[in-house]
Design a protein around this ligand. Structure first.
Ligand SMILES: CNc1ncnc2c1ncn2[C@@H]1O[C@H](COP(=O)(O)O)[C@@H](O)[C@H]1O
Ligand SMILES: [Zn+2]
Length: 365
């Protein structure tokens, strides 16, 4: 049987149909327009200005962080967190995602009685309930985030919670994320937190070199080292950094639309830094970052990469399969996912055989 269509150019539909793994998705940045509109309609009392949302391509990194503020003012209770977590899982699942790692910064809000622990419970609860109510169609993990824009005390609290939940909810909390506004310059203070995470066996995904001229910081964080690198946009600026990452084989989470929208990558997809890393056969995982804020989806990101690199269907499916090796989960989960990819290749054979048979009939008539 013919395995894959030989046509050049991957379609959006193909990228939607193949099974995918999403490893870099911030919960509140992933809220769809539909979810945000629902929340805005409910909270007219807040008189929220949506100016930052309307800037489109003129947006800067600063505007993106303004958008997070607006979203955070809407997602202000455990009920809402529970609800939006389910919405986001549903949307990724509808886009063909079979395994999802959601990251989010636990927050407390005195007004609504929400504390960080309740925040964690709401996310974990939504993940459990979604899986239970939807026949196990998607596996979801939760990586509590450490926001570099907040205090060290805040970071230490989040690390403690991550550690605690990695014991009480070991099937869901498996690591941490280090993120936040990359223009803050005092990130060195978080080194003990990243080292602490490693000491207690938590995996870590660290935003690294997302903006220019952060080489010292990057060298410092690479010394821990992280288990995955978020963005890594400017890693190639310094020879020593570039070669140490190449040698380390630490996978890079690639978020093309996010980088272009926040003006850290040129608008031409082919000029994205991931093209260079993939050319070196360095492990790269295609991700969305903030599918809501950047109006994208995982299949759109695959569509962009596949076309920039002129990948065939077979190569695109292989790329999505390669992400399985870098998930923060155990070998059983990896085996389960590999089986899903294997089955999807069978479907592909069947579909193509069927289409071929139809065209034979056509010719006979
Ligand atoms: C655009 N590039 C980025 N760089 C760095 N951090 C980012 C980010 N995009 C999102 N976040 C981080 O994720 C939070 C929103 O989700 P949660 O409230 O945690 O679910 C933002 O406040 C920021 O800390
Ligand atoms: Zn990110």
């Amino acid at each position: 049987a013919i395995l894959f269509r030989m046509q050049s150019g991957i379609t959006q539909e193909f990228c939607q149909q193949i099974p995918k793994v999403e490893l870099h998705a911030h919960l509140n940045g992933s809220l769809s327009n539909k979810t945000i509109k629902k929340l805005l309609d409910r909270r007219r009392d807040l008189k929220i200005s949506t100016a930052a949302f309307e800037k489109g391509e003129q947006r800067t990194m600063g505007d993106c962080f303004e958008m997070f503020k607006v979203i955070h003012s809407l997602v202000d209770s455990t009920e809402v967190i529970y609800e939006v977590t389910k919405d986001v899982i549903e949307e990724f699942s509808a886009d063909g995602v079979k395994y999802l790692e959601l990251r989010s910064t636990p927050k407390g809000l005195v007004e609504s009685g929400m504390d960080k622990r309740r925040y964690m419970d709401a996310v974990v609860g939504a993940i459990r309930d979604y899986k239970h109510d939807n026949d196990d169609v998607i596996d979801v993990k939760f990586l509590p985030s450490i926001d570099r824009g907040r205090s060290i005390k805040d970071a230490q609290e989040n690390l403690k919670l991550a550690e605690e939940y990695s014991i009480s909810c070991e099937d869901i909390v498996t690591g941490i994320d280090f993120s936040g506004n990359p223009y803050t310059t005092d990130a060195a203070k978080f080194m003990p937190v990243l080292q602490g995470a490693q000491r207690v066996g938590l995996k870590s995904a660290v935003h690294l070199s997302e903006v220019k001229d952060r080489s010292d910081e990057t060298r410092m964080f690479l010394s821990v080292p992280p288990d995955r690198i978020g963005h890594g946009t400017f890693l190639t600026d310094e020879e020593d950094v570039k070669s140490s990452v190449l040698e380390s084989r630490i996978p890079i989470e690639v978020c093309v639309s996010s980088n272009i929208a926040s003006n850290t990558s040129p608008p031409e997809h082919i000029k994205h830094h991931s093209v260079w890393w993939m050319g070196q056969e360095h492990p790269c995982v295609v991700c969305t970052d903030d599918k809501g804020v950047f109006s994208t989806g995982l299949s759109s990101e695959y569509f962009i990469i596949a076309n920039a690199l002129s990948l065939s269907e077979e190569q695109t499916l292989k790329l999505s399969e390669s992400a399985i090796d870098f998930i923060f989960a155990d070998e059983n989960m990896k085996a389960k996912l590999k089986q899903i990819w294997k089955e999807s290749k069978k479907d592909e054979v069947l579909e193509i055989t069927f289409v071929t048979c139809l065209s034979c009939l056509d010719m006979k008539n």
